[in-house]
Design a protein around this ligand. Sequence first.
Ligand SMILES: CC(C)[C@H](C(=O)O)[C@@H](O)C(=O)O
Ligand code: SF4
Length: 421
Amino acid sequence: MSMTLTEKIIARHAGLDMVKPGQIVSAKVDLCMANDATMRLNIDIFDNKVKATKVFDKDRVILIMDHQVPADSPQTAEVHQLSRKFAERLGLTHFYETEGICHQVMMEKHVEPGMLVVGADSHTNSYGVIGAVSCGMGSTDVVAVMVRGETWLQVPHSVKVELTGTLPAGVYSKDIILNLIKQTSISGLTYKAVEFTGPGLDGIAVPQRFTLCNMTTETGAKSSMIAPDAATYAYIRAIRGSAPEPDPTLFSDPDAVYEQTYHIDLASLSPQVARPHSVDNVVDIGETAGVAIDQAFLGACTNGRIEDLREAAGILAGHKVAPGVRFMVTPASRSVYLQGMREGLLETFMSAGAIVNHPGCSACWGACQGVLSAGQTMISSGNRNFKGRAGSAESNIYLSSPATVAASAIAGKITDPREYL
Ligand SMILES: CC(C)[C@H](C(=O)O)[C@@H](O)C(=O)O
Ligand code: SF4
């Protein structure tokens, strides 16, 4: 019986030869991640509801403080303190306080192809980028995994996204995923496993593929998948110094069943923008260019990697941020920050009038670093533009590629990055 890679990985973790979509299985989990946004709740469930005293594996339960770092209120500081004590009490090997956004840190340091990973965050499904099945879960389920090292899950139906052709100059993987979300709507792929395939993937580097997998959450998907190729292992080796042996069994069978297939010709795409207040409110940039902005944000797990900083700095070089615009750059991790420093990118941003922040979630969700007031407009490289997400319910968020964010910061209004190439 043929299976998709997602089904193969779930079957392996459930101790079964095969699984079918719709089947409910109990599966062993390789890694369990949680962050400061829900740690107060997780600790309460762990201590007071489950009354647990130990985790299933001290190396595999990973806590990452990222959503409100450095602490922006006494309450947040208390959550960080509670989390630190929790990690100490349980002897956790991996507790990160200043390393950056949880998903970036997980990819840089922990996730491997073929793993099954769960996390207390909706963008946990990003790790499909290196061939892992991963998904976000609520606190009760995540605490159950922390304690037992396994979870129940229903095998999702798979959907294929076939990419062909090459991206034109000024168009990036963010534009591909925004275009897909325009086609699917924000709930169109609810509980599906979304697999990206096709020759178009060859021209997209692993960090940019991350953006595709990260935003499958915005279609309602359960998980994302890109079968690991030579680029995947080379990328892991480049960021960690070593990589696991390539596993030749990690591919989808040629006759595996997909419920639906989307085709995207990369050459046909232009820069895309999601307008307020829904991620599927996507238009070609020409339809929204000229909207005045108060803030530009480059960062988030979606687009805070070194390649994104290079893309934006390339546009910004030789220009200044428009008067009255706050341009905030938040590298996704400490290692991205350091690399940006070595390459002189942070200097490019600072001299142009931007601000470079401590790594973390930052303005992506408006909990700290650059909150919007009523009537203000931000263009962001993040993944969500819900009403009120980054501050006042009367503010507006537009989503785009890092290049479009940088071009807009220079012009003070939403601007096609191809004008600055
Ligand atoms: C606060 C947190 C749990 C949330 C999520 O689950 O995704 C956040 O990361 C987000 O992007 O909205
Ligand atoms: S950067 Fe944004 S989307 Fe990513 S985990 Fe943080 S808040 Fe969520």
